[in-house]
Design a protein around this ligand. Structure first.
Ligand code: OSB
Ligand code: MG
Length: 374
């Protein structure tokens, strides 16, 4: 694949409603889209960084900087045999996984199209229908949360995840569990607690949660191993895991029993695939996390979720839960059984709505290879 051009666009999209987590509330998204053209084929990736460095250290603007000043200039005009060769090319850049992922995943889209197969098949996916859950933001009171849960269950979703933070946890979980004794229910604290809260977090054991996601510090695997030894609920790590090495450390230390894989957080499909393989071999279930993605990121998440290690429902849900109009066609839809059927056409398997993207774009950067003299 000869990289002929790279185009970076920032689009603005407003969520249908504000999404509150322990680290803040999001309504207006600033999303970077990457379009790479290689061998005459266009591939797309989405940068999943947030607007602020509250979930991880990256932001929309740091990704713009790293792609514009380092990744794109070094890649333009180069030939890469396979998308999986990309991580080695950017290994001199430390961190900035979400920026790297935006570019790498566009290359995967291109490679799948060149091979005339769906991306999920190129990745080695085995499932043609994936299981879906939802992530529900913190709400003003338990009654309104229970109502929301009921609505999502009616749509068929197979697992409900509740965002929690100190002061908005036990009461909310208890209310939902009382109303729905049998559902697969989990919580996500986004690092809002410390080991001093161990006795408090242990109270969640009685609600038989599927998992408790990232209760402690975003960069502390060891602290999670101390907590896991003292609670029954399975800990799932999200923020702590940026690569396969860190996953192995966490598994070795018994810091978690489940891992959430996000393409952006682990720098793209190559690392995500390796990580799920390592977890699969060690009987650690994985599932696909979400970052309030627009359609391109969502399509990549669907492809990744078809890999054999993804045995739990992901935070991959319908476009209409987030957006009035998504940037891909058709929009992502969920069956009444709470599944997504994976597309069968080549590459991402969805059509990118270029006109809409151009209307939503607020800035652009473009790199183009010099044409050879002959
Ligand atoms: O921790 O999983 C998380 C959204 C933004 C940042 C972090 C997280 C989330 C979600 C939303 O839980 C998942 C989604 O529906 O996209
Ligand atoms: Mg999370």
């Amino acid at each position: 694949m000869k990289i002929e051009s790279i185009e970076l666009r920032e689009i603005r999209m407003q969520l249908k409603s504000p999404f509150e987590t322990s680290f803040g509330t999001t309504l207006n998204r600033r999303i970077l889209l990457v379009e790479v053209i290689a061998d005459g084929v266009a591939g797309w990736g989405e940068v999943t960084a947030g607007e602020t460095p509250a979930y991880n250290s990256e932001t929309t603007d740091t990704a713009w900087h790293v792609i514009s000043d380092f990744i794109a200039p070094s890649l333009i005009g180069k030939s890469v045999a396979k998308a999986s060769d990309f991580p080695a090319l950017v290994s001199p850049i430390r961190g900035h996984e979400m920026a790297k992922s935006g570019i790498e995943n566009a290359l995967w889209d291109i490679e799948a199209q060149i091979n005339k197969i769906p991306l999920w098949k190129l990745l080695g996916g085995t499932m043609e229908e994936i299981a879906c859950g939802v992530s529900l933001g913190i709400r003003e009171n338990p009654v309104s949360l229970v109502k929301k849960v009921e609505e999502e269950l009616r749509s068929g979703y197979q697992r409900i995840k509740l965002k929690i933070k100190p002061g908005k946890d036990l009461e909310y979980v208890a209310a939902v569990r009382k109303e729905f004794p049998k559902i697969r229910l989990s919580v996500d604290a986004n690092s809002a607690y410390t080991l001093e809260d161990t006795a408090h977090l242990k109270k969640l054991d009685e609600y038989k949660l599927l998992m408790m996601e990232q209760p402690l510090s975003w960069d502390d695997i060891y602290a999670h191993s101390k907590l896991q030894a003292q609670i029954e609920t399975a800990i799932c790590l999200d923020e702590c895991i940026h690569n396969t090495r860190q996953a192995l450390t966490a598994i070795e230390l018994k810091a978690c029993r489940i891992i959430n894989i996000k393409l952006g957080r682990v720098s793209g499909h190559t690392e995500a695939r390796e990580l799920q393989g390592v977890c699969h071999n060690r009987n650690i279930p994985v599932w696909c996390g979400g970052m309030l993605e627009a359609g391109i990121g969502r399509a990549h998440n669907i492809a990744m979720s078809t890999l054999p290690g993804f045995t739990l429902p992901g935070d991959v849900s319908a476009s209409r839960r987030y957006w009035n109009e998504d940037i891909i066609e058709p929009a992502v839809e969920v069956t009444p059984q709470g599944t997504i059927r994976v597309p069968q056409t080549s590459g991402l398997g969805f059509t990118v709505k270029r006109d809409l993207i151009e209307r939503l774009a607020v800035r652009r950067n473009r790199w183009s290879a010099q044409r050879a003299a002959n």
